[in-house]
Each structure stands twice: as structure tokens, then as C-alpha cells.
Design a binder for this molecule. Structure first.
Ligand SMILES: C[S@@+](CC[C@H](N)C(=O)[O-])C[C@H]1O[C@@H](n2cnc3c(N)ncnc32)[C@H](O)[C@@H]1O
Length: 251
């Protein structure tokens, strides 16, 4: 089997560090990524939802609490799937242990498909985006976040230890593999430009409804310094695409 991005989380040390980081006060996921994701979701009541690269599926619990009809997570890492059971056991949601590449759903089986910070682990996105399109009901939405291309572009370029004081954007138009030193391990991720994501969505047949760049909101922060730091550079990129009600692919 060729290397898959989720294997990073099956290293126990990386996995523990990841869980610790997600519990940091004012971590970027909770202060910027999640609030924007929730804005893009709008009303999920009664929706059947699929979450690609769902991690611990903590978000599944939120979605079910918000009134979603069903929640299914797809997750490649055995450690994440094990952790998700602690959360999903209390719900009627479920997590399937498989990769996004191998996952398949019947046509038009979800009103909403989401993916939070997982798609940049995929070497190819066209086929996954086509499967997402096929699995969505007409009028359904695909919402995803990824690490922002100004960040992923320079993964792999050596930088000083410690908290960054400035950022490098380099090799921006060289889309492709990057090896990032992260949480003491090496994560394999894939850099794509904003245009790459935009064209992949259009090619799969989506009408693009929204694009966001993780601009922080002061009210999400107790610490003014962290807020000012988040104002310096975008960490995340978000898209919302809709499967048109008409079956015509060209929009
Ligand atoms: C940064 S974590 C985000 C987890 C979760 N979506 C969240 O926001 O809390 C990325 C997740 O994507 C999963 N992942 C990466 N590549 C995958 C693939 N090819 N198939 C399934 N899951 C994958 C990883 O195992 C990991 O759980």
C-alpha cells in the first residue's frame, strides 16, 4: 500500500500530540476554523451528513445536537476511529474505518457532505470530488476546509525553531506533495492553489456558493495578542459548493 496521509495519526506519539494541541486554549481550530465552518453550514436540521476525514468525530456530536438526522464519518486512521467510538457511542452516529479514496456511497444519499482539514492529505482530489457530487442529493452542499495555500506552499522549507515571526510563501504555483515537520513527526500533505480547488469543484459539477479565508473575529479571542497574530496571515481556506437542482453539469 502506498503511503496515506492518515498514517501520520497512527503513530501514537503524533496522535497524542495532536489531541493535546486540539485542547490548547484558543487553538486555531476552535477560534477560527470551527466558527467559520458553522457559518457556512447554516441549518442542518433533518439532514443526512457525511464527514470525510472526520478524526475523532467530535463535530458529529455537535451536528446531531443541532438536529441532523444522521451523521456518518469516514476516517482512515485506526487511532482516530478508536477515539471516535468514545464520542459516537452516545449517539446514533457512526464512523466507518476506510480511506476517502476507497469510500463509496449510493447516489444522492446525503444532503450535506463536509470535510474539515483533511482534503490536503489527498494526492488526487478529482475522483473524490466526483464521488462527493454523485453522493449528494440535488440542491445538497459540499463544504470543506483545508490548510490555506499560503501556508502549504512553503511546507518543507527549513525555518528557525520556535514561534514564527514571519512567514514564507514560496513555490506557490508548484502544486503537489509537501513534507511538513509537524508535532515532532513528518506529515505528508499536498499543496494546491486556490484556483486548483476552484477548478476541481467546477469540474466535478459544483456551483460555488462561498469562499472564505479564516479572517478572525475579535470576539472569539480572550487574548488580544493571539487575535493580532491571526490577523497577520490566513491559516485556513473554505469552499462551499452546491450540487445544482438541474442535472446540467456545465454551470
Ligand atoms: C487534521 S485532522 C482533522 C480531523 C477532523 N476533521 C477535525 O477537524 O477535527 C485530518 C484527518 O483526516 C484524516 N485523513 C487524512 N487522509 C485521509 C484519507 N485519505 N482518508 C480518510 N481519512 C484521512 C486523518 O486521519 C485525520 O483524522
Amino acid at each position: 500500500m502506498s503511503y496515506k496521509g492518515y498514517q501520520f495519526y497512527d503513530d501514537d506519539q503524533n496522535f497524542q500530540k495532536y489531541l493535546e494541541r486540539r485542547n490548547w486554549a484558543e487553538n486555531a481550530n476552535d477560534t477560527i476554523e470551527k466558527p467559520i465552518f458553522l457559518e457556512l453550514l447554516s441549518d442542518v436540521k433533518g439532514h443526512s451528513i457525511l464527514d470525510l476525514g472526520c478524526g475523532t468525530a467530535a463535530f458529529g456530536l455537535d451536528l446531531l445536537d443541532l438536529g441532523a438526522y444522521s451523521y456518518t464519518g469516514v476516517e482512515g486512521s485506526a487511532n482516530m476511529v478508536e477515539e471516535s467510538k468514545k464520542i459516537m457511542n452516545r449517539t446514533n452516529g457512526k464512523v466507518v474505518h476506510t480511506s476517502m479514496e476507497d469510500w463509496n456511497s449510493p447516489e444522492a444519499s446525503y444532503q450535506l457532505i463536509i470535510s474539515r482539514l483533511a482534503i490536503h492529505y489527498l494526492p488526487e482530489i478529482d475522483e473524490v470530488f466526483s464521488k462527493v457530487h454523485r453522493s449528494l442529493a440535488h440542491g445538497g452542499s459540499f463544504i470543506f476546509s483545508v490548510e490555506h495555500p499560503v501556508m502549504t506552499s512553503s511546507f518543507g522549507i527549513a525555518r528557525p525553531e520556535g514561534m514564527k515571526q514571519d512567514w514564507v510563501v514560496d513555490n506557490y504555483f508548484h502544486s503537489g506533495i509537501r513534507e511538513q515537520e509537524w508535532l515532532g513527526g513528518k506529515a505528508i500533505k499536498y499543496h494546491r492553489t486556490i484556483e486548483d480547488y476552484f477548478h476541481a469543484l467546477r469540474k466535478a459539477g459544483f456551483a460555488i456558493e462561498s469562499l472564505r479565508e479564516s479572517k478572525p473575529r475579535a470576539e472569539q479571542f480572550h487574548n488580544a495578542e493571539t487575535y493580532e497574530r491571526r490577523m497577520r496571515i490566513p491559516l485556513f481556506l473554505f469552499f462551499k459548493g452546491t450540487k445544482p437542482v438541474s442535472t446540467n453539469k456545465r454551470l
